[in-house]
Design a protein around this ligand. Structure first.
Ligand SMILES: [Zn+2]
Length: 542
């Protein structure tokens, strides 16, 4: 029975039908009665007409008992491109809320219709525009989702449809060096992990307070609550990945049976257990939070699990698919999802990311900066912005980057921009640019371009390009249309476009370097640890 069903499950993943390990499965091809009769047929009068807004009242508000139980294992395959890279998820009744392509989306466990976007009017809450969403946590006692965006803001949205700004981004010197990466909730309290400062914030009452700051938490990638608070810390060239437990203010390491190798996801599984995915060994495991003992659940392409949520229902999400498991987890689960379409040229399409060309670091001898705040996707509170490139400073990349240091083409290609007639920003212009960012609480693209100073762009084909910013000069012969080879000197490092340069200072010399995919940047809408691993792979450097 079990073996037969496992085979069906593989086919089900491939063909988008459903299968059950239970004794009397309900075929999902049979139309189900609506599990939520209270769901209104029309949006409430207060709903905004914007096409990207889903009126909150249409979302299942309360997990009601289903008139027809769903089979224990449920599979959904979505239309290609509608759920390229889920980043975080929470299950509430028949609804699964997921962060994907910077948006909050809701999926219905009872159908494979396209996910719906949930957003406030004008995508703005209390005057703050929601920027790319990165993580979420569901506080069940408040029936509210907390949503982290890449500018560092936390927004609240409750199942009654109310939006509020819960934690402001930017404008606060406490936040200037932070990089919040994940949220978790025990149902009541909400926790926020800042990977750069090695800090956990706790939402206590209506305030965000610092719970703990420790160098052990630097490089943290995921938070989960299972009785205690658990923190998954990513690997660095100097140290392996690890799982930490915070109990009574003390951090201790949980020795995970079978080790950790390039872990990516952590979620609460109930009964003090955790779900853990590590990408290198392509496995999903159940971990005892006290002993570290593990039980392997899924093999095969567990690395293709991009987000998961545990509890009464376990939901695994990948590129354009979802598997939900009601109740006990099976002993064995083989996941062979349909490959995502490489036709969708998006910086969060796994099919595109797995086929990136190999590139050279643009500064001779440089490795990646050790801190994620120097990588793409990190917040820039001084301008309510998001960093889209890699910052290479002498102090962080193991190579000299001073004014005049040669900047090298990262790959073969054609120059599409070379600012040969660049004029430095004046102090008054710089003040105006930064004021506009603060007024709008985001960085308008035209201003972001000005803040990049003198630039060279190279098109490498297949939608991949690279950009080199803050240059002090451009190499002779380099102009729009020039053909370059990997390693060619194209320009010289500097500080153009920075506030320091506007003031006539020679400080803050560094190379800001971007890898672009289509109209986005490498690092957009994916997890920071994925960005680091992708860059290490593309550049073949630690
Ligand atoms: Zn930069």
């Amino acid at each position: 029975m079990r073996k037969t069903c496992l085979l069906t499950f593989l086919l089900a993943i491939l063909f988008g039908t459903a299968c059950s390990f239970g004794p009397s499965p309900t075929p999902t091809s049979v139309p189900m009665p609506s599990p939520t009769p209270a769901r209104p047929a029309t949006p409430p009068a207060t709903a905004t007409p914007s096409p990207t807004v889903v009126p909150a009242a249409v979302v299942t508000a309360t997990p009601l008992p289903s008139p027809t139980p769903l089979p224990p294992i449920q599979i959904r395959q979505y239309r290609p491109g509608v759920l390229l890279h889920p980043l975080a998820a929470a299950a509430v009744g028949d609804a699964v809320y997921a962060i994907e392509s910077g948006k909050l989306k809701v999926l219905d466990l009872r159908s494979s219709v396209d996910p719906r976007i949930i957003a406030p009017a004008d995508n703005t809450v209390e005057g703050y525009p929601i920027q790319d969403l990165a993580s979420l946590a569901y506080a069940v006692q408040k029936k509210a989702l907390y949503l982290l965006d890449r500018s560092g803001a936390v927004y609240g949205w409750d199942l009654a449809g109310r939006w509020w700004l819960d934690r402001k981004p930017g404008g606060n010197s406490d936040y200037s060096q932070e990089y919040p990466v994940d949220l978790a909730s025990d149902g009541q309290a909400v926790y926020l992990l800042d990977t750069n400062n090695g800090r956990i914030w706790k939402r206590s009452g209506d305030e965000w307070v610092q719970l703990i700051t420790s160098s052990q938490l630097e490089g943290g990638i995921r938070l989960a609550v299972a009785g205690d608070l658990f923190i998954l810390v990513g690997e660095r060239p100097s140290r392996p990945a690890r799982l930490l437990r915070l109990r009574s203010g003390n951090l201790t390491e949980v020795k995970v049976g079978g080790g950790l190798d390039e872990p990516s996801l952590l979620a609460t599984a109930g009964n003090g257990s955790l779900l853990l995915v590590d990408q290198r060994f392509r496995r999903l495991r159940l971990v005892d939070g006290n002993t570290g003992e593990t039980r392997r659940i899924a093999t095969g392409s567990a690395a293709d699990i991009l987000a998961l949520t545990g509890g009464e229902v376990t939901v695994l999400l990948g590129s354009d698919w979802l598997v939900s498991i009601d109740g006990l987890l099976p002993d064995q689960l083989a996941i062979h999802p349909v490959s995502p379409s490489a036709q969708v040229l998006s910086p969060n399409n796994p099919a595109v990311l797995s086929n990136l060309p190999k590139l050279h670091m643009p500064i001779a001898g440089a490795h990646l900066p050790g801190i994620d705040r120097s990588l793409p996707g990190s917040p820039r509170p001084y301008r309510f912005g998001i960093h889209e490139g890699i910052d290479l400073y002498s102090s962080t990349v193991g190579a000299t980057v001073v004014r005049g240091t040669a900047v090298l083409a990262a790959g073969d290609g054609v120059v599409t921009r070379a600012d040969l007639d660049y004029v430095e920003t004046t102090p008054a212009q710089m003040d105006q640019y930064l004021k506009e960012c603060l007024d709008k609480r985001l960085t308008p693209p035209a201003i972001q371009d000005k803040l990049g100073g003198r630039q060279v762009w190279i098109d490498h084909g297949n939608g991949v390009s690279t950009r080199y910013l803050h240059l002090s000069g451009i190499a002779s012969g380099i102009k729009v249309g020039s053909t370059v080879k990997a390693g060619d000197v194209i320009a010289y490092a500097g500080n153009s476009g920075t506030p320091e340069a506007a003031d006539g200072s020679s400080a803050d010399v560094h190379l800001h370097f971007e890898v672009r995919i289509g109209s986005g940047y490498l690092g957009q809408w994916i997890a920071p640890i994925e960005t680091r691993r992708l860059l290490a792979d593309v550049f073949d450097t630690p």
